[in-house]
Write a new protein. Structure first.
Lengths: 288, 285
């Protein structure tokens, strides 16, 4: 009897484990099937490097270079803002803060993670956008910079909590050894703790970036969505995610536009897959 | 093993689905044009007040969204601020759906700028040049020396399509004019209204219903030789205002039963009165 129960539970868990892989494969196959259909009529090079995105014209123009650059620019901006603050925050929580402050900060970070992205987008639209416009004397505040700042808020919780874990799992003996050799607190953090936790911190950064590149709602609301190749971070951009979200309602099922949106999905999938694999590589390096 | 579990799950899901579908016989799903959401909502509220046992749900998403829902059978009536495309008709026919068009109101498209902007009248030709990016400074149309920020709706919007076809391309089906790539594509008419209210160099367009004192509607002339006309209800009715369009409902085949009852209500004097109250233009006077 016990053996049977054991067997059943074991298999159930196995199914749960396999299910996630199974779904990923199904989703990927569907993406490929729908997305690759586009390339029967559109040249892949024209799709990836075309500069014009006019999907509903006759004939439609499906160049996603401005969209890729838009996504990368917003993500890059968000990384520049969130990495130093996030890692700094993690160091403070893990190494410097007294116990009480630490608890408060951790709750704060969790709260930040709990804010829905549409709410962040809305707040950004009414506060950040006019602010960016006035500070930089721009014709409009709906820019890549506004998107980057808002997305930095979204990446921070991921970066802080994973980087803090990484710092926390550095063996205590390292720190004690460093302090015993006469290093100051800062020297210990800078020379011993950070290098020892570096792979975990890199993984944290990559996962934070992965979160940013897939984010949709907030960027759609505050980056202006102009499909133009950006020359500076103070210009409006259109991201891959916002394009799919904004246009999926209009795309006639089975049309070129519909396939093109799935092809955009493939590009997005490949980008975030690469980022996650990089993060994974760093995490595993840590384990060895 | 895995397959079986899936099969059972799918069957369960299907059971639930059909259970829900049969439970809601006295309800209507209406979907489509964001321009018409307020109007649809107002109709639905009044209608449900008159018929308390029936339920009508109205959602937006854009005219294209309405058509794809009608085609996939997830709504009973599609609201649209543009005519159905041949492609969509073909697709619907393929799924056994016959889109039936009913004109229920008219809408004037207002072109708006910030009240601080000295420009207050433009020709359709100037509008086309502004929105395609050929004119990019306000001083070229008699305004201040400042870059023009173009605001447009997203491509899933019937307003976007209508404006492109009738202003940018001036109704010429062979024209290849497009919105300038630098045009900001905003996801709702309200977002355009907010941006115009805050941005002295922006220009945008939307249905007349969204005009408020925070924006200044532009008077438009067909060409240089005709009068500039303000976007008022009278000017839309008498056809003087050049940018107006029909608002449409689409059903699957001739409306019947509950759908017919609702459509008739929309076209009744009471329904057309609501049209006027929501700042659109009635067709049955």
């Amino acid at each position: 009897m016990r053996k049977i129960k054991e067997f059943i539970i074991e298999k159930l868990i196995l199914i749960c484990g396999l299910a996630s892989i199974f779904f990923v494969i199904l989703i990927f196959l569907f993406l490929l099937k729908e997305g690759l259909a586009l390339f029967k009529t559109i040249n892949p090079a024209k799709f990836l490097f075309g500069k014009n995105w006019y999907p509903i014209s006759e004939p439609g123009q499906f160049g996603i270079l401005p969209l890729i650059l838009g996504s990368l620019l917003v993500t890059f901006g968000a990384a520049i803002i969130s990495i130093p603050i996030g890692v700094g925050c993690a160091v403070y929580i893990a190494e410097v803060a007294p116990l009480k402050v630490k608890e408060i900060l951790k709750v704060g970070i969790e709260l930040l993670a709990a804010i829905p992205s549409v709410v962040l987008g809305f707040i950004g639209m009414v506060t950040l956008v006019p602010w960016v416009k006035n500070i930089f004397h721009l014709p409009t505040g709906l820019t890549a910079l506004s998107g980057s700042i808002m997305l930095a808020f979204m990446a921070m919780p991921t970066i802080v909590s994973i980087a803090e874990d990484a710092l926390y799992s550095v063996p205590k003996t390292y720190k004690e050894g460093a302090l015993a050799l006469g290093a100051t607190h800062w020297q210990t953090i800078y020379r011993v703790m950070l290098p020892a936790a570096s792979s975990g911190i890199l993984a944290a950064v990559m996962l934070g970036i992965g979160r940013v590149i897939g984010e949709t709602m907030a960027v759609m609301m505050i980056t202006g969505n102009a499909a133009l190749i950006p020359h500076s971070i103070l210009q409006p951009v259109r991201t891959l995610t916002a394009t799919i979200a904004a246009e999926m309602g209009e795309a006639v099922v089975g049309s070129e536009h519909y396939f093109a949106l799935f092809a955009v999905g493939i590009v997005l999938f490949v980008l975030s897959f690469m980022i996650n694999v990089t993060a994974d590589l760093f995490l595993h390096k840590d384990k060895r | 093993m895995l397959k079986k579990v899936f099969l059972i799950l799918t069957i369960l899901l299907m059971c639930f689905n059909s259970a829900f579908a049969t439970a809601q016989k006295n309800s209507l799903q209406i979907k489509g044009s964001d321009t018409m959401v307020n109007l649809g909502q107002a109709w639905a509220e009044k209608y449900m007040e008159n018929n308390p046992t029936e339920f009508i749900a109205v959602t937006g998403g854009g005219s294209g969204t309405g058509f794809s829902s009608l085609i996939s059978g997830t709504c009973d009536i599609a609201m649209s601020s543009r005519n159905i495309k041949d492609k969509e008709i073909a697709l619907a026919k393929g799924k056994g759906i016959n889109p039936f068009e009913i004109k229920v109101a008219l809408d004037g498209l207002a072109v708006v700028v910030n009240p601080k902007n000295p420009v207050s009248k433009l020709t359709v030709d100037q509008l086309a040049q502004i929105f395609t990016g050929k004119i990019n400074n306000w001083k070229e149309v008699g305004g201040l020396d400042a870059k023009i920020v173009i605001l447009s709706r997203e491509v899933n919007s019937g307003t976007h399509v209508y404006f492109k076809e009738h202003v940018l391309r001036k109704g010429d089906p062979n024209s290849q004019e497009e919105f300038a790539p630098s045009a900001l594509l905003l996801s709702s008419s309200q977002a355009i209204a907010d941006e115009v209210a805050n941005n002295p160099v922006a220009i945008g367009y939307y249905g007349m219903g969204y005009i408020s004192p925070k924006q200044k509607p532009i008077s438009v002339a067909k060409d240089e030789n005709t009068e500039y006309e303000a976007s008022t209800i009278e000017n839309v009715v008498n056809g003087k205002y050049p940018i107006s369009r029909p608002l449409l409902l689409y059903t699957n085949g001739q409306p019947q039963g509950l759908i017919k009852k609702f459509v008739d209500f929309c076209l009744s004097p009471e329904g057309q009165d609501i049209v006027l109250k929501t700042d659109f233009v009635p067709i049955n006077k």
